[in-house]
Design a protein around this ligand. Structure first.
Ligand code: FAD
Length: 507
């Protein structure tokens, strides 16, 4: 690991500073007020940075609890109240900006525990292990190619190596110019990989971005390969909290924010944005309104499109933003999460987290009773297991219970012992709130800054000029939004970090 990192550093694969921060007073020099709409990762990241610099910041969150797609809430089960969550999340080690926010409440990040291994399961082929690769490129790529049972030397000869070069040459301008109009599916087909290598090495990866390959921009896929594998010095291994997200993240972050004078209101839906004398008026469903010089809209894409459409003042003030919303607000396909409380356990050698390839619905399996404190206690007491099944891009218009059952049946094809386990409780959800990355969407993807003063966007669908994705993109855009406000007011900005900004072979 250390050697691969040292070699990686020599060729520039290390953490890069994309914004050194600083440049002003430690706190805003004059009274400054900001409203943040949405209390997920993006909104809370923005609010934390703003509050620390003395901005009077208020977060308005529509749901009863903070966290958005990383939320957690109490749930009544037949044998008592348990926490349920929005689903297992992998906290990758190159999530520098999200981790910097989390360090505010746990400087050593002790609540994040390494998740051992990262197998990909298939009904047709032996499992592929991703978790134990060297951390940095090029060693991780070479090890993957040499070790992978899904790819033989003979396959590499047949493969179109020229078609594979763009994966190593991510460039924030030319990759989008050359590949945004093509689909990820076309790119993968052009590699001429054997079916097994495509299924085991590439498809699992692309599903994790909540988009179908046939509907996802090839440039986005190249960017994500770069962010997670080819430009990342930290490896594909990841960590996860051993407590639920409410306990581990949202309660302590709320306390931190309040200690710095920030406010958080949950159960408050923002309905409209109006121009006000000195900035913006944020109107809420309960009839209240809040004026502020700065507003950060940190909501999911469909919610952003709804909010913009319901705000007539934006038509005049921000016509470009308004024009982009109908396309931007169309989410990716639905995703499903089913948490099963079972009356027995699966085999002891099953991994805590496994990706799944080529099942019609099931994309991942998490053994929560081997990961988190409360499910572990429940399993010890009852002899059962807490198993969470995810589908990242599923068929539309199928009810959650049906998707949960399909995933359970598909699991038994991979782990036959699961067939004998009885269901004690099930909580299943299906939603469509993840950003879509269709071919050709990049030029119109909104960035953090809008064309109008005092209005910023943050979230995992918002464009960054450096590689980022999912939770890390939410945190990074939240911090970027806060930085724009701080700089406008003369206060010091927050540093921002990234993996290597360009690919190893980028011109
Ligand atoms: C099942 C699942 C598994 C995932 N796994 C991973 C993973 O392993 N690794 C990873 O990096 N990412 C993962 N993700 C993605 C990750 O959850 C998201 O990228 C991230 O949480 C998005 O955060 P956000 O703040 O941008 O948006 P959100 O979390 O969607 O937050 C937006 C918030 O705005 C609120 N809101 C909307 N409209 C309004 C309104 N009008 N007024 C007030 N509030 C409003 C919403 O209630 C919500 O709380 C996963 C997502 C899911 C669903």
């Amino acid at each position: 690991m250390a050697l691969s990192r040292a070699v990686g550093r020599l060729i520039g694969v290390r953490r890069h500073v994309v914004d050194p921060g600083g440049g002003g007073t430690p706190r805003v020099p004059r009274p400054t007020r900001a409203m943040v709409v949405g209390g997920g990762i993006a909104g809370m990241s923005a609010a934390v940075v703003l509050a620390e610099r003395g901005v009077a910041v208020t977060v308005l969150e529509a749901a009863p609890a903070l966290g958005g797609r990383l939320g957690a809430w109490p749930e009544e089960l037949p044998d008592g109240t348990r926490r349920n969550e929005h689903g297992f999340h992998a906290f990758f080690r190159q999530y520098y900006n999200w981790r910097s926010i989390l360090r505010r409440v746990d400087p050593a990040l002790g609540f994040l525990k390494p998740v051992p291994g990262y197998p990909v399961l298939s009904a047709d082929w032996p499992a592929e292990e991703f978790g134990r690769l060297p951390s940095a490129p090029p060693a991780n790529l070479l090890a993957l190619l040499l070790r992978s049972p899904s790819l033989r030397l003979a396959d590499l000869r047949v493969m179109d190596r020229d078609a594979a070069l763009p994966l190593l040459a991510y460039d924030p301008v030319s990759t989008w110019a050359e590949f945004d109009e093509r689909t990820a599916d076309e790119l993968l087909a052009s590699l001429r990989l054997p079916d097994r290598a495509r299924a085991m090495l590439f498809e699992v990866f692309s599903h994790s971005f909540f988009n179908h390959e046939a509907e996802m921009s090839a440039a986005e896929m190249i960017a994500q390969f770069h962010f997670y594998l080819l430009g990342n010095p930290e490896g594909l291994a990841f960590d996860a909290p051993d407590e639920d997200y409410a306990m581990a993240i949202w309660a302590p972050l709320t306390r931190h924010l309040r200690r710095h004078g920030g406010q958080v209101h949950t159960g408050v839906t923002v309905t409209r944005l109006d121009r006000a004398a000195d900035g913006w008026r944020v109107n809420t469903a309960d009839g209240a309104s809040h004026d502020a010089g700065h507003v950060v809209l940190a909501v999911d894409p469909p919610a952003l499109a709804r909010l913009v459409a319901a705000s007539p003042d934006l038509v005049e003030a921000a016509p470009r933003l308004v024009a982009r919303m109908p396309a931007f607000g169309r989410p990716g396909p639905p995703y499903a999460v089913a948490r099963y409380w079972l009356d027995g356990d699966v085999r002891p050698d099953r991994a805590v987290f496994s990706g799944v390839s080529r099942q019609p619905t099931l994309d991942s399996v998490t053994l929560y009773h081997r990961l988190a404190v409360e499910p572990r206690r429940w399993a010890e007491r009852t002899g059962g297991a807490v198993v969470e099944l995810h589908a990242y891009a599923c068929e539309p218009d199928v009810p959650a219970a049906e998707l949960a059952e399909r995933m359970r049946v598909e699991l038994t094809a991979l782990w036959p012992e699961a067939a004998g386990l009885q269901v004690r409780a099930l909580r299943a959800r299906v939603e469509a709130r993840a950003p879509a990355f269709p071919p050709g969407s990049h030029p119109d993807r909104p960035g953090v800054r809008t064309e109008v003063k005092g209005l910023y966007l943050a979230g995992d669908g918002i464009r960054t000029e450096f590689p980022s994705a999912l939770m890390e993109r939410s945190a990074a855009t939240g911090i970027l939004a806060a930085n724009h406000i701080l700089r406008a007011e003369g206060a010091a900005a927050e540093p921002l970090l990234s993996v290597r900004p360009r690919g190893l072979l980028a011109r």
